[in-house]
Design a protein around this ligand. Structure first.
Ligand code: MG
Length: 338
């Protein structure tokens, strides 16, 4: 039987011969590396420094395939980006698959191959993993968890605690593309666009940024809840205020139009390939120049700056010159966005 007609069965997760077949035919050929191939209970890895960043994330995006990406690419890039924005060089990932009985093997193969390509792009190795199969109706097709470790250098550890009054705030790309791509992919919105998700590994961009200045005080990837949510969190944590300039926000006409139609605000839309960086004022223009030269940073802009209180307050000067508060998102704008 060709893979096209095969489905995941409970026994694929049972640890027996079907599990072995899944490993040998799908996972191992894609993630192929010496550490994983040993198939021990843990991966034993070399780390070049003693200081590591360690993160985990689960992916439940619906639908599994969307314009510009799929759950596999998202699961690799999401974890890579959480390491990268801490200034860590991503090294190793783990991957856990929770698969519903009846899931098409051909779809699993597509997703695994997309993970392989994304991991190569980010230069990380998937060194350990796990597969569980649950009965029909117990999961919506496929959920993926990835964890990752990355290497930190002693002289560069960005953190919200390091944000200073006067810092400039830079974003690395057009806002809201992932959120809008997911909306487009869901039939219930009855909405079509050509917008593609921005899902991408940001570690090479971060490397370029670190090459210009070590005075990047903090970074975050602006995923769920968008730039507005990330900035609110950071302003609270570092007890500073933030002032944004609406005219500086990089928003494509397609996302702007879609948001207007559906009543969403691009500032709150999810991104999967956009980071926000707080940098010392004198370094901001240099940093921006270098970011714009990276293909993932072409649309970078300085969008605002850090003010001296009130702690946690984010405001924006609108196109018309008035000021308004940019609040935290209350509730979920769009469930299962990542
Ligand atoms: Mg993050």
């Amino acid at each position: 039987m060709t893979i096209e007609n095969q489905e995941i069965r409970l026994a694929h997760g049972g640890g027996g011969s079907l599990t072995q077949k899944l490993l040998e035919e799908i996972f191992l050929p894609s993630f192929d590396n010496r550490t994983l191939n040993l198939l021990e209970d843990s991966a034993v890895v070399e780390t070049p420094s003693s200081k590591l960043a360690f993160t985990t994330d689960s992916f439940v995006v619906h639908p599994l395939f969307f314009p510009g990406g799929d759950i596999g690419r998202l699961a690799v890039c999401g974890t890579v980006n959480d390491l990268a924005v801490m200034g860590a060089v991503p090294l190793y990932l783990s991957v856990g698959f929770i698969i519903e009985e009846g899931f098409k093997l051909s779809d699993l193969k597509k997703i695994v191959s997309s993970m392989k390509i994304s991991a190569e792009e980010a230069n990380v190795k998937i060194v350990t993993g796990d597969t569980k199969v649950v009965e029909r109706g117990s999961a919506d097709g496929l959920f993926i968890n990835t964890s990752g470790v990355g290497q930190l250098t002693e002289d560069f550890c960005p953190s919200s605690t390091k944000i200073c009054v006067g810092d400039q705030i830079v974003v690395s790309g057009l806002l809201g593309k992932h959120g809008m791509a997911i909306i487009t992919a869901r039939e219930d919105f009855g909405f079509t666009t050509t917008i593609q998700s921005d899902v991408a590994p940001l570690n090479h961009l971060v490397k370029d940024m670190m090459g210009v200045t070590k005075k990047i005080h903090a970074m975050r990837d602006a995923t769920r809840g968008g730039v507005a949510t990330v900035l609110n969190e950071m302003a609270l944590q570092s007890k500073i205020a933030i002032k944004l300039e609406e005219t500086k926000l990089p928003i494509g006409e397609d996302v702007r139009g879609g948001c207007e139609l559906l009543g969403f605000d691009p500032l709150y839309m999810a991104n999967e390939g956009v980071l926000v960086a707080f940098v010392e004022s004198q370094e901001a223009e240099n940093l921006l120049d270098v970011m714009k030269r990276n293909k993932l940073g072409k649309a970078s802009e300085i969008i605002g700056k850090v003010m001296d209180g009130p702690a946690g307050r984010v405001t924006i000067r609108t196109v018309l010159g008035s000021h308004r508060i940019v609040d935290k998102l209350s509730g979920e704008q769009l469930p299962r966005i990542c």
